[in-house]
Design a protein. Structure first.
Length: 477
């Protein structure tokens, strides 16, 4: 009887790729995990129990065929593993690196539920596609035939790029407009290199360009080019602009010098990783070096700021969050990484005000968790008389993002938005209230995840192709 290559979870323990020591990783912005060696990837993949109803797959927003590519990896059929993996995911090596797997695929792995420790799905997914790049299996798009229809995409983040990839594969003429000088959206300028190295994103941008996708960069739609001009040039338009308006701090002194937005802080640091000369880093405005830093917020953006400040050589780095550890929105894995690197978390703490024209300290209110609110989460309440001062020469606001007012910015009254300001779009197709205009990613969902933006981009591309095909069929009659 043939040897069973899978179900090894009883004998083989869960293992992650080697993680660099905190001391070592604090010295640079490189990723903190090494790559699996081939044997290790095969060994870890072989732990999969090949469930009949794979919960990992159900809880992956892209419904990746995880059990099959784990099986292929365990049995040394890596090129097939890559073919299966990339058939449902436009950027598997990116998701493998930065998806919050503990909340998605791995958190729902049956082996994890039974106490054996999840299959390391993300790390294997990354390994498969990094190997595919190395072996030359990842090739630019060559459509079987060119089509005459064109699609304009506003925003070169993962949502826009995923749509571009699918449309271009079908031969559609695709142009992406972005206000930044490099494509990738938050993959390029939001998420730091220690989670996602920049060449991983840049090689994807280049691949799309080599496959015929046209990029118009440094083009702020609404200023450099109007939305209506773009609409007039294309058969369909996709809005993929993400959410960038920062939730603000209140309280006396909230406008002081030295209180900065997380997105500006992270963008400056990421630009420096490309070797760009960044004035605000050189003059110290967005530089934590030699400063006591306080980051306000409890999400993944806050974690990224904290860990960036440590790498910039801050004197001390503290993260204030108004609820406790168990109730924070950020991933526990990232908190652990930040703590290992020397960040301090001050739970149940909220800013009340700021001292100094150039900020010198934060007045902090101590909180406790009270009765649950409408969402079921316990509301933080102030403990009177327990305020304290926290010294800080740099305060980073990481309280979340909201959508910009697109109808006003672009003068498009007909574009309907929700009461939160996100663009109203049909679930599944991305169609908006304007004919031929679609929307995907964070601008529809509010601040979300890369994997959901990819899912939206792919679904919307499929819906647009269906429309184009139906029109072509009518024209041919
Ligand atoms: C600091 C940080 C860390 C994160 N970490 C993770 C993580 O670890 N894992 C994860 O899954 N998700 C993470 N996210 C969330 C994730 O990055 C987003 O959900 C995802 O990038 C959304 O994709 P998108 O394509 O909708 O928008 P974006 O990635 O925001 O891209 C939008 C693009 O549109 C462009 N644009 C906007 N307005 C205009 C205009 N008027 N004209 C031209 N171009 C315009 C922008 O320049 C940008 O390039 C993080 C977010 C942040 C801020
Ligand atoms: S895309 Fe994300 S959720 Fe899906 S299998 Fe990969 S890491 Fe897991």
């Amino acid at each position: 009887m043939a040897k069973q290559p899978m179900l090894k979870f009883v004998r083989v323990e869960r293992d992650m790729p080697i993680k660099r020591t905190a001391e070592d990783r604090k010295q640079d912005f490189d990723e903190i995990y090494a790559e699996f060696a081939r044997e290790k990837a095969a060994e870890q993949a072989s732990r999969c129990s090949q469930c009949g109803v794979p919960y990992c797959q159900n809880h992956c927003p892209l419904h990746n065929n995880i059990p099959d590519w784990l099986n292929m990896t365990a049995t040394g059929r890596l090129e097939e593993a890559y073919a299966i993996s990339q058939s449902t995911n436009t950027f598997p090596e990116i998701c493998g690196r930065i998806c919050p797997q503990d909340r998605l695929c791995e958190g729902n792995c049956v082996i994890e539920q039974s106490g054996h420790g999840t299959v390391t799905i993300g790390a294997v997914e990354k390994y498969i596609t990094d190997t595919a790049w190395e072996k030359g299996w990842v090739q630019p798009i060559v459509p079987a035939a060119e089509r005459t229809e064109s699609v304009g995409i506003i925003g070169a983040g993962p949502g826009g790029l995923a749509a571009a990839d699918m449309l271009r594969r079908a031969g559609v003429q695709v142009t992406i407009y972005d206000r930044y000088d490099r494509a990738g959206g938050l993959l390029t300028y939001g998420i730091p290199g220690f989670k996602l190295e920049k060449d991983v994103v840049m090689r994807r941008n280049k691949l799309l360009e080599d496959g015929g996708v046209r990029f118009v960069l440094n083009c702020n739609v609404g200023e450099d080019l109007s939305f209506e001009e773009i609409r007039a040039q294309h058969d369909a338009v996709i809005i993929a602009t993400g959410v960038y308006k920062t939730r603000d701090l209140q309280g006396p002194g909230a406008g002081a010098k030295g209180i900065v937005r997380a997105i500006d802080y992270l963008t400056a640091s990421n630009k420096a990783s490309f070797g760009d000369e960044v004035a605000e880093l050189i003059d110290g405005t967005l530089n934590a070096e030699g400063k006591n830093v306080v980051v306000i917020g409890g999400g993944d953006t806050a974690m990224d700021c904290v860990r960036t400040a440590i790498r910039q050589g801050a004197t001390s780095v503290k993260c204030l969050y108004r609820r406790d550890r168990a109730n924070m929105p950020g991933s526990q894995r990232e908190v652990q990484n930040a703590e290992e690197e020397g960040a301090e978390f001050v739970w149940l703490a909220a800013p009340k005000g700021f001292a100094g024209d150039s900020v010198s300290s934060v007045k902090v209110q101590q909180m406790r968790l009270g009765a649950p609110d409408a969402s079921g989460r316990q509301s933080p309440e102030v403990i009177e008389g327990a305020d304290f001062d926290e010294p800080a020469e740099l305060v980073i606001k990481a309280l979340g993002f909201e959508p910009e007012d697109l109808p006003k910015l672009w003068g498009t009254d007909g574009l309907e938005v929700t009461r939160w300001g996100t663009v109203k779009a049909n679930f599944g197709s991305g169609e908006t209230s304007l004919d031929g205009v679609y929307a995907v990613g964070d601008i529809v969902r509010g601040a979300s995840l890369v994997v959901w933006a990819i899912r939206d981009g792919r679904d919307t591309a499929a819906a647009i192709l269906e429309k184009f095909n139906a029109k072509a069929a009518v024209a041919a009659e």
